[in-house]
Design a binder for this molecule. Structure first.
Ligand code: NAP
Length: 229
């Protein structure tokens, strides 16, 4: 199998290592060198459509694209606890990183896909992006940008079902995983709730292995359970 993995964070790199171990071919799109022998690294900012276009133009299309980009906190931006903390700049930044790159890559793929081409196109979402499942509140920018990602996945799946019926577009929730993204927010986790990136990668690939175009547009957790958006 041939993969394009967008993002070389904790889960992106673990996915790349696991796929390599299986003998798959991996191209990893990241701003920084993942330093994984055997991975074809493309130095690119995945939020930049022009850079993505340049990086992918001459490449054979993959069997699977997995977008692992995500931002919950960065520099001065922290997840909001109260409405007074929400800013237009933080919300726009979250959408730029958490929502836009999936649409950007889909746009590029759309100009090259054909009706007979199978493709799995997955983006890592988050359970907290589910509107129906929102019990705790808070984290406005992250929740809103992930809910928007879920809507992007559904909307794209409808268009691609007509244009590219062998494509499968899904969102995946990786669980709580020990990466930089979750580092400040792990207190109070039940025993066994925190997964290593390696275990999360295994789970996510297992879920993808079970999916076909009829699942397109849906969101699944690492254990295969469907999440209602
Ligand atoms: N870890 C968890 O507990 C958890 C839980 C639920 C959902 N998720 C989701 O799982 C996915 C992977 O998360 P992770 O835990 O692996 O996070 P991570 O280690 O923090 O990696 C974050 C990724 O996002 C990209 N990114 C962050 N800020 C960016 C910016 N300003 N511009 C461009 N790219 C940027 C990074 O790209 P570069 O490679 O270019 O640096 C990196 O690949 C995300 O979608 C996250 O929302 C994670």
């Amino acid at each position: 199998m041939y993969y394009w993995i967008m993002g070389g964070g904790g889960i992106g790199r673990a996915l790349a290592r696991e796929c390599l171990g299986r003998g798959d071919k991996v191209v990893l799109f990241s701003r920084s060198d993942p330093d994984i022998k055997g991975v074809d690294w493309l130095a690119v900012d995945n939020t930049n459509l022009a850079a993505l276009a340049e990086a992918t133009r001459e490449r054979v299309l993959p069997d699977r694209v997995i977008n692992t980009l995500g931002m919950l906190h960065q520099d001065e931006q922290q997840p909001e606890k109260r409405i007074e903390e929400v800013t237009q700049a933080a919300l726009a930044n979250s959408i730029r990183i958490n929502t836009w790159p999936t649409l950007a890559m889909a746009q590029l793929l759309s100009s090259r896909l054909s009706r007979r081409q199978p493709l799995q196109f997955a983006a890592l979402s988050a359970r907290v992006g589910s509107i129906g499942d929102n019990r705790a509140g808070g984290w406005y920018s992250y929740r809103i940008s992930k809910a928007a990602l879920n809507m992007a996945i559904k909307t794209l799946s409808i268009e691609w079902q007509r244009r590219f019926p062998l494509a499968c577009v899904v969102g995946l929730h990786p669980g709580t995983v020990a990466t930089e993204l979750s580092a400040p927010f792990r207190s109070g986790l039940a025993d066994g709730q925190l997964q290593s990136p390696e275990l999360a990668a295994l789970h996510l690939l297992m879920v993808l292995d079970g999916l076909s175009p009829e699942h397109s547009g849906r969101i699944f957790a690492w254990d295969g359970q469907e999440i209602q958006p």
